[in-house]
Design a protein around this ligand. Structure first.
Ligand code: FES
Ligand SMILES: [Fe+2]
Length: 455
């Protein structure tokens, strides 16, 4: 690892570095809160709209919905990336409904007004019958700010305010060695949910719940003491040691099923670790370092801890990024257009295709145990690789087992509907957080600050 590489400044999760102030339930339930968030939060904050890899060439576009707003993010023939309001300037019709694709221009389905990839009005049928003319500057699709960083496309609906690098701060440098921009999408899912968008963020801002609803974690992670970090502007991180078992439970004599998979994936024999489970984490790190050197993988800027652990960053306001050198989960919670009790939860799986076919073979068939793609060397990108289309479904599909977003996420999704139901009860008025949930508090403090600044 290079000496200049930025390092986290973690701290133990058991004592909050910020006051636990708690907050009442209105923010999850009231339309007034929802409207305040629309005006003060979503309109003024940098937001992850999607992936840069989806808009590499002219004509490639994707859409981004946030509440009632919809944007088209498109690469123009001039090579420039633009974020345009997805609303025809004739009578407001939504222009594009497919979540991503390739187009030469945007043609309105209503009266066939046509816009270029730059948002400029190209023409409207019966143009001579507009007695007010068709002033092109006035009738172009409205553009908003757009920036790329870390392979992600960020937008900001209202111009002005902090720059994207200043907004992301140290998180930008901590994420850079993972090279998200060179990863490939292998899964793109979106689930509609019956909880407020913030309940999802809260869920991913504490590990307090993990021993109770995610038993699989204790077989491969140390969640009990995983260090955390709070950043300016509401971002947070948790650095979860992997290649271990949870210290809240007795250390097993033999490697667990999940550790067995990880050992095999880097060519180590689980039998050698009978009675030596505590030695697995450094062994995994050494094995990966050796493979990286042998195969010329770009691991030089990653620390030993990063080779075995999962680092999760919550980017204010609505992104959860869970990363390993081999893969990442980009998760995003979005508000409904009008109902505070509904939200949309997106999950994109990104894979770093690298290493040899041998590694890919070793890892093959081992995903069924819900290890996802984390921790495995995936081998070269398959010749027949295709970016998968978006799969949209409801949380009932998950509860019924018709769809899955991995065992762990399914467990979270299944529980979150109950949180929203309970919050509506007259017997519940305000949250009462533990120090272990200080990342939840930090997120809500940033939300409060945002609403105070722009409300
Ligand atoms: S609303 Fe789009 S052309 Fe009429
Ligand atoms: Fe969870």
């Amino acid at each position: 690892m290079s000496a200049s590489q930025p390092q986290p400044q973690p701290q133990a999760p058991d004592k909050s570095p910020i006051p636990i102030r708690n907050f009442d339930k209105d923010r999850y339930l009231s339309r007034d809160w929802m409207e305040r968030e629309r005006q003060a939060l979503w309109a003024h904050t940098w937001l992850v709209a999607g992936l840069a890899c989806d808009v590499q060439t002219a004509g490639q576009y994707f859409t981004f919905e946030i509440g009632a707003e919809s944007l088209i993010i498109a690469r123009g023939t001039d090579g420039r990336l633009r974020a345009l309001h997805n609303a025809c300037t004739h009578r407001g019709t939504r222009l594009v409904t497919e979540p991503l694709g390739v187009l030469k221009k945007f043609v309105c389905p209503y009266h066939a007004g046509a816009y270029g990839l730059d948002g400029g009005l190209q023409g409207a049928p019966g143009a001579s019958r507009f007695s007010n003319g068709l002033p092109k500057a006035q009738l172009a699709l409205r553009a908003v700010e757009v920036e790329e960083a870390l392979g992600l496309v960020f937008v900001r609906l209202t111009p002005g305010g902090i720059t994207l690098p200043d907004f992301l701060g140290p998180v930008l440098d901590l994420l850079r060695p993972y090279r998200l921009e060179t990863m490939s999408v292998t899964n793109d899912q979106s689930v509609s949910h019956t909880c407020n968008w913030k309940a999802i963020l809260d869920n991913f801002a504490e590990l307090y719940h993990v021993p109770f609803i995610h038993p699989i974690h204790r077989r491969m992670f140390e969640c009990a003491t995983a260090p955390i970090e709070l950043f300016e502007h509401g971002h947070t991180a948790v650095y979860v040691p992997g290649g271990v078992t949870d210290s809240g439970f007795p250390t097993p004599e033999v490697p667990t099923d999940m550790l067995t998979l990880q050992l095999r994936a880097v060519g180590l024999d689980p039998e050698d670790y009978r009675g030596r489970v505590a030695e697995i984490r450094p062994a995994l790190q050494r094995a990966k370092r050796a493979i990286a050197q042998e195969r010329g993988l770009a691991y030089a800027d990653l620390s030993d801890a990063q080779l075995s652990d999962v680092w999760q960053f919550n980017l204010f306001p609505n992104i959860i990024l869970s990363v390993t050198p081999e893969s990442a989960w980009l998760m995003r919670s979005r508000p409904d257009a009008g109902d505070p009790g509904k939200s949309q939860f997106d999950m994109i799986t990104l894979v770093q295709f690298q290493g040899s076919a041998e590694e890919a073979q070793r890892a093959k068939g081992q995903d069924g145990v819900a290890i996802g793609t984390h921790f495995r060397l995936n081998g070269p990108r398959p010749d027949d690789y295709q970016r998968p289309p978006r799969d949209a479904f409801t949380h009932e599909d998950i509860i019924a087992g018709r769809k899955s977003m991995t065992v762990t996420i399914d467990e979270d999704i299944s529980l979150l509907a109950r949180v929203q139901e309970g919050m509506a009860s007259s017997g519940f008025q305000s949250v009462w957080l533990s120090d272990e949930e200080c990342r939840v508090q930090h997120f809500h403090d940033a939300l409060d600050a945002c609403l105070a600044a722009h409300g």
